[in-house]
Design a binder for this molecule. Structure first.
Ligand code: GCU
Length: 590
């Protein structure tokens, strides 16, 4: 049994090793939303960098032509990708300058933080002409202190966004998803007291122990009294911070444990002076025992579905709670108790709704296909992206698996890159499992062997298998003999086939629903006979935009492997998968 139950405060302080200047639970903070219509100037040649236009403080630019003028510029909604807001921007990759002016009256003694839930990919943030900072990475939050740059009255916020692809970026030049650009998630102006609760974590230990850790930051972090309450458990505790503003406590408790069948969340509050932060926290343990995954000490089978973060009834980046409820509601309807958020950190609503609905989560950073594994700066970026994802989601009981890669080449330089990353993840968060989606197996006459080195590094092996679609006849899949060099749980993190919804076709015609059904039927037989199988997540919930999928009249730049169409319409394969999960659920209840 892999002991994932080390000193729990390790989770908290180790996460400090990826020290991040972020705020825990940004949605739960006192704030002003800066969402809405922003002025936008598309700047493919990055002219804006060279020539000051409209000065970033809102005063008109010196140049008489005023070619770069925000007031008369197009409008873009924030949050939102630009690609689906204007047909001219559908394919656009490059720079867009966003501008928003807003009124503000500073309250005496208050601190102000500009918090971005996510911007794809590069962001430069200017407030009233002052560059507050830059961020790289399209799917994780970042923030900048705004107090000094803010003015009473009218303020002008300018964000330069660039979503171009580069070899040393994560992800890099090629992905099988749409490179949506823009300020894709909410923008918040968060109000803080001079000394405030910056971070906290709740973790649970088998046998009934809860550990709480808190970081207080600001003017005087030391010797601060923080009150913790879990009223439904009748728990109220008091912590006092040390010189660096940190405090932690472990205490006995008997919470009802979080499970997909009963996703119990407890109200938690943290009070420092007149500031109270509240959150919803679930308590559970996750571990491996040989080839079994144990949730709260009991074997669990992951009935899942892979999901891209796209709107439920169209294309475009999803970001809202409402959209998360539709997407995850479908996963529940399918009979899922687990979801794979592919291939990047999804928005916080997805994580909080998964917590609430009872869906275990595979969360992933976009180390996808062939990034620069030899480049130490790229390793640092991967650690940063993981650190930002962990910081935001560490209090979500739903998150059980941290995935650090998808379909990466089986080379030594890659394996050492990922091994180091896996170690960072483990030391930073020893309470969860490390995984990755691997597509390299040894082919035998009768099937496949999982024996590549990196599979030996992860706690749970994710396998992407496209038997019956990219290789082999569907009927071969049912005969497949899988072997593994490792006594570890295996999740088939992807399998599937494309189909245009409504095109019945016949069993021999690619992209017909009949062929998709045929592939699934044979793969489900394969899965029923697969050793070490601890879970499945077919590829995937819904057709999604992909620039690598041009087939006219069939794909039209949609990857058609969804169980649902691009408009959320169920394909026949949906019902086959639903029945198989009902059967699996019955099997595991016995
Ligand atoms: C890969 C990959 C996915 C991709 C899928 C497909 O396995 O991980 O991102 O979309 O296969 O080919 O449809």
């Amino acid at each position: 049994m892999k002991s994932v139950i080390v000193a729990l405060s390790v989770l908290f302080f180790a996460s400090q090793s990826l020290a991040l200047d972020l705020l825990q639970n940004a949605p739960g903070r006192q704030q002003t939303s800066l969402n809405g219509q922003w002025n936008a100037i598309v700047d493919p040649f990055d002219v804006g960098d060279k020539r000051k236009f409209q000065n970033f403080d809102g005063t008109p630019p010196a140049d008489k032509l005023q070619e770069f003028n925000f007031d008369s510029a197009m409008k873009l909604s924030v949050p939102g990708d630009w690609n689906t807001q204007d047909d001219k921007l559908f394919w656009y990759e490059g720079s867009v300058w966003y501008e928003k002016s807003f009124e503000h009256q500073a309250k005496p003694g208050k601190e102000y933080m500009l918090y971005f839930d996510a911007v794809n990919y590069l962001a430069s943030v200017y407030l009233n002409g002052t560059l507050l900072g830059k961020h790289e990475g399209g799917f994780t939050p970042f923030q900048f202190k705004a107090t000094d740059a803010l003015k009473n009255g009218k303020n002008v916020l300018v964000v330069k966004v660039n979503n171009r692809r580069e070899p040393d970026f994560i992800p890099t030049m090629s992905t099988d998803w749409w490179n949506y650009g823009g300020i894709t998630r909410p923008v918040r102006l968060i109000e803080l007291s001079p000394t405030y609760i910056q971070d906290y974590s709740f973790t649970y230990k088998k046998g009934g122990t809860i550990a709480v850790s808190v970081t207080v930051t600001g003017e005087s972090p030391a010797k601060q009294k923080v009150d913790i309450a879990l009223p439904q458990l009748g728990i109220s505790k008091h912590l006092t911070t040390d010189a660096s503003g940190k405090a932690s406590l472990t205490f006995k408790a008997k919470p009802e444990l979080w499970t997909p069948e009963s996703p119990t969340l407890y109200s938690a509050s943290l009070t420092l002076g007149d500031q109270t932060l509240t959150d919803k926290i679930g308590f559970r343990t996750i571990e491996v025992d040989g080839d079994k995954m144990l949730l709260n000490g009991k074997p669990v089978f992951l009935r899942g579905i892979a999901i891209h973060e796209e709107k439920p009834f169209s294309d475009g980046r999803a970001w809202s709670e409402e959209e998360a409820r539709v997407l995850l509601g479908w996963a529940k309807e399918l009979g899922s108790n687990y979801v794979r958020f592919a291939h990047y950190p999804h928005n916080e609503n997805m994580l909080r709704v998964a917590d609430e609905l009872g869906l275990m989560v595979w969360a992933e950073i976009p180390v996808y296909w062939d990034i620069q594994f030899y480049n130490p700066e790229v390793l640092a970026k991967a650690k940063q992206q993981f650190g930002e994802m962990l910081f935001r989601d560490k209090n979500r009981a739903a998150v059980i698996l941290w995935s650090i890669a998808n379909e990466t080449p089986n080379t030594e330089v890659r394996t050492s890159f990922l091994t180091e990353l896996a170690n960072t993840v483990r030391t930073t968060d020893p309470t969860r499992l490390v995984t990755a989606a691997i597509n390299t197996q040894t082919t035998t006459d009768s099937g496949r062997i999982i024996d590549e080195a990196f599979a030996g590094v992860v706690d749970v092996i994710g396998i992407n298998s496209y038997c019956g679609w990219y290789y082999d006849k569907p009927e071969t899949c049912a005969q497949y003999k899988w072997q593994s060099a490792y006594n570890k749980p295996i999740i088939i993190s992807e399998f599937g086939a494309g189909a245009l919804q409504g095109w019945e076709g016949d069993e021999n015609t690619f992209f017909s629903e009949a062929y998709q059904l045929r592939v699934f039927k044979q793969n489900l037989i394969m899965l029923d006979n697969m050793p070490h199988l601890a879970g499945v997540s077919p590829w995937l919930l819904k057709d999604f935009r992909a620039a690598r999928r041009p087939l006219a009249g069939v794909q039209d730049y949609w990857n058609r492997k969804g169980l649902l169409s691009d408009q959320g319409i169920k394909k026949q394969v949906w019902y086959l998968m639903q029945d198989w999960y009902a059967k699996k659920e019955r099997e595991h209840q016995r």
